[in-house]
Design a protein around this ligand. Structure first.
Ligand SMILES: [Zn+2]
Length: 227
């Protein structure tokens, strides 16, 4: 239901200025020019993409952290579109000749009903709109509710929390995809959620090329096992 208001909000922006979802100053753009400039400061330079199986657009800090909070917890799904487009532009610059299938990390249906949308799915839609890559929205499904990863302190607790949380979704149940899958989510912390999701696909013989995230938290040393 909440999602219906996003296109309406875009139309309203054209005729009257609405508050910037990040700083509340009036603007006729998805974010005000000042927040947009600050968001671009959070983008990693291409030389920072050290881990071949992890594509992170920027660092989970400052304006990007505030934008993700506004998107998820303050009901601003319309922010996913520009952010997903920027992720797509950066992907095209660094992975011009690869054509994976994009699978967003699913939310548990109950949680998605409460929020009204899945931010990973909205980011993936905008990302695929920009890159032309194939989107498999239902490549995975979340079988059980998990505790929010950021509330858990240890890496072991995070791994346990998301263990066997996913199953193969209806997009792949009849036929496994031929190209490799890249998973897409909003935030990457220890990689436990991504690893659990990747294992679910690999168990079905589906290749996982890597993970794409909007924001990478901290100095993560976790690298995806590509075996
Ligand atoms: Zn602003």
């Amino acid at each position: 239901m909440k999602l219906l208001f996003a296109p309406l909000r875009d139309c309203l922006r054209l005729v009257l200025k609405l508050p910037c979802p990040i700083c509340q100053r009036p603007t006729d753009r998805p974010t005000c020019p000042d927040c947009e400039r600050q968001l671009h400061h959070c983008q990693f330079p291409r030389s920072v993409q050290r881990q071949p199986a992890l594509f992170a657009w920027g660092g989970y800090q400052g304006a990007l952290k505030r934008a993700i909070a506004a998107l998820k917890y303050d009901n601003h799904p319309e922010l996913a579109r520009p952010l997903g487009h920027w992720m797509g532009t950066a992907w095209l610059a660094s992975h011009p000749s690869t054509s994976p299938i994009i699978v967003p990390i699913p939310m548990h249906p109950k949680k998605q009903r409460q929020r009204g949308f899945n931010q990973a799915e909205l980011l993936a839609e905008a990302f695929c709109e920009q890159t032309g890559l194939t989107l498999a929205t239902h490549g995975l499904e979340r079988m059980r509710e998990t505790t929010a990863q950021f509330t858990l302190a240890s890496a072991q607790a995070r791994t346990e929390n998301v263990k066997d949380a996913f199953c193969l979704g209806r997009s792949f149940q009849r036929k496994a995809p031929t190209p490799p899958v890249w998973l897409l989510d909003d935030i990457y912390t220890t990689g436990a959620t991504m690893e659990s999701a990747a294992q679910t696909l690999r168990r079905q013989g589906i290749r996982v090329g890597g993970v794409i995230v909007l924001a990478q938290a901290g100095d993560s040393s976790s690298v995806m096992d590509q075996s």
